[in-house]
Design a protein around this ligand. Structure first.
Ligand code: MG
Ligand code: ZN
Length: 225
């Protein structure tokens, strides 16, 4: 984050914010609900997105922007589920920005999309500063990152609209306390919903998927108004 401030200055953030607003208007025009999934490498972003696709694709038309470092690798995982996927190659950058998303949107059939899932690059720092035009900012964190990870990265948790503590089934094995992590998140952002999830626990995934569905319904209402 500091690096960006020094090398780019605030104009870059302003320009990005403007473009993010433009993306948002474009998405709204088409009644699309867009979710930006942020989190470190290994936090389980790809799996959370895959689970959402599996359980929503029969009812909603889904597209994915895969912006992880090895974007093509995750993109093929999403394509296997039968959803159109655009890999966003960030080059050397460690985050997605609104320009990359604007370009990716050109490759998506917006008329025939209800839900856009965006996997950001695995990083807990600079994605915070780059809005994409999304409706929901999600941060995923794995217990395997250690239960002190949250207080080390306060900004992403302060600005998140949904926080997911993932891989909670591994907590004992990695000696992490998910409840401490939960409390740390609330100490930074008292109003943010926090979900504790594991890919081996369907009920926990249902809460994540339900969260997306509420947004989808709101986006549809917005379009019909
Ligand atoms: Mg991934
Ligand atoms: Zn970056």
């Amino acid at each position: 984050m500091l690096m960006h401030v020094i090398h780019m200055g605030h104009d870059v953030f302003k320009a990005n914010d403007k473009l993010a607003e433009k993306n948002r208007k474009n998405l709204d025009k088409h009644g699309i609900f867009a979710v930006n999934v942020m989190g470190a490498i290994g936090s389980g972003k790809t799996t959370l997105i895959e689970e959402a696709i599996k359980h929503l694709k029969d009812r909603y038309r889904i597209a994915v922007i895969a912006g992880d470092v090895i974007a093509e690798m995750d993109a093929s995982r999403f394509r296997k589920l039968g959803v159109p996927t655009v890999p966003a190659n960030t080059g050397k950058e460690c985050h997605l920005d609104a320009k990359l998303v604007e370009n990716a949107l050109k490759e998506i059939d917006l008329e025939n999309t209800d839900l856009l899932l965006i996997e950001n690059v695995g990083n807990l720092i600079c994605p915070v500063d780059f809005k994409l035009g999304e409706h929901l900012r999600v941060v995923a964190v794995s217990v395997s990152e250690g239960d002190d990870i949250i207080l080390k990265h306060p900004m992403i948790f302060k600005t998140a609209e949904l926080a997911i503590i993932n891989k909670v089934d591994l907590a004992g094995a990695v000696d992490a306390d998910p409840e401490k992590m939960h409390e740390d998140i609330l100490s930074l952002n008292p109003d943010v919903p926090v979900l504790l999830t594991s890919k081996h626990d369907w009920e926990s995934l249902e809460t994540w998927i339900g969260f997306i569905e509420i947004g989808l319904m709101k986006a549809k209402e917005g379009k019909s108004n």
